[in-house]
Write a protein that binds this ligand. Structure first.
Ligand SMILES: [Zn+2]
Length: 285
């Protein structure tokens, strides 16, 4: 028997048992690392206690490892070369970085949950002549993800056609997620057909697409420390993983579900994605 107000263990402290996921953040960013304890405390307070990171470059992967060493059950590492980093590399540096990625995976692959964030960015901050290098490194990382049988974390800005074409060629075994998805339902469907999850942040404007994505394909992210939701302030002045709760709040009307329910389904989907990676790795290549 259980009376909600009678001190039953299951209901006494509901917040204490919340164990939700942030599908995409950069806790290893130096700005967050400098105040990690407070950032993590606020995140736990909001019920967000596990983090799938997005990797950017070799130094960043080292900081991910530092974090994971201290919080092994809460940090899920993703090693990759961010399109913005790729854009600034010449051919020699690009090859060195790919070598570094392969070496890091050989040494620590078992602890690495995903490859990325990788993709193609044709937004205003990128120059056209970076496109070739971005594409080359994206395709190399897809090949690595296929060999390692790990899911990929995608960063795609105004380049869905190119990215979808590359994904079709890559024939990944463990799928992945498209972080900060901000396109229409047709595009969403093409990713879902390839086994991908779509990740939504607290920013508005994505709700109409999220409404059309089946519940078993929606995940929520903060993208901390960047992308501080408009009108929202934090003690750090940065976007923090706690904003995943705002992402859930933003979708309550659209999905017609309570906030915690949305957080729970996002968490279950991320667990499923990580599980499919583990299952693919267990299969003979
Ligand atoms: Zn990111």
């Amino acid at each position: 028997m259980c009376f909600k107000n009678a001190g039953c263990g299951r209901h006494r402290d509901r917040r204490a048992i919340m164990d939700f996921f942030d599908a995409h953040c950069h806790l290893q960013d130096k700005r967050l690392m400098a105040q990690l304890e407070a950032v993590l405390a606020r995140s736990s307070q909001a019920g967000i206690t596990r983090y799938l990171l997005g990797g950017t470059d070799p130094d960043d992967w080292k900081r991910q490892q530092e974090l994971q060493k201290n919080l092994p059950a809460r940090i899920f590492m993703s090693f990759g070369i961010h399109p913005w980093r790729a854009a600034g590399l010449d051919a020699l540096a690009a090859q060195k970085t790919i070598n570094a990625l392969e070496e890091a995976l050989t040494a620590h692959g078992r602890d690495v949950s995903a490859i990325g964030e990788t993709g193609i960015d044709k937004g205003p901050r990128m120059t056209n002549n970076s496109l070739k290098m971005q594409t080359l490194l994206f395709e190399r990382q897809l090949a690595i993800a296929r060999t390692a049988a790990k899911p990929v974390v995608l960063h795609v800005v105004r380049a869905h056609e190119e990215v979808l074409a590359a994904l079709k060629n890559a024939r990944l075994s463990a799928g992945g997620l498209v972080h900060a998805f901000a396109s229409n339902h047709d595009t969403a469907k093409k990713y879902m057909d390839l086994g991908f999850y779509l990740s939504f942040g607290a920013a508005s404007g994505q709700r109409s697409t999220a409404a059309l994505v089946p519940h078993d394909r929606v995940v929520l992210e903060s993208d901390a420390p960047d992308m501080l939701p408009r009108g929202h302030t934090t003690p750090s002045g940065l976007n923090e993983p706690s904003s995943v709760r705002l992402a859930a709040q933003a979708l309550t009307t659209t999905l017609n579900l309570p906030e915690d329910h949305i957080l729970a389904l996002s968490t279950r989907n991320i667990e499923q994605l990580l599980k499919s990676g583990a299952a693919a790795q267990a299969m003979p290549q």
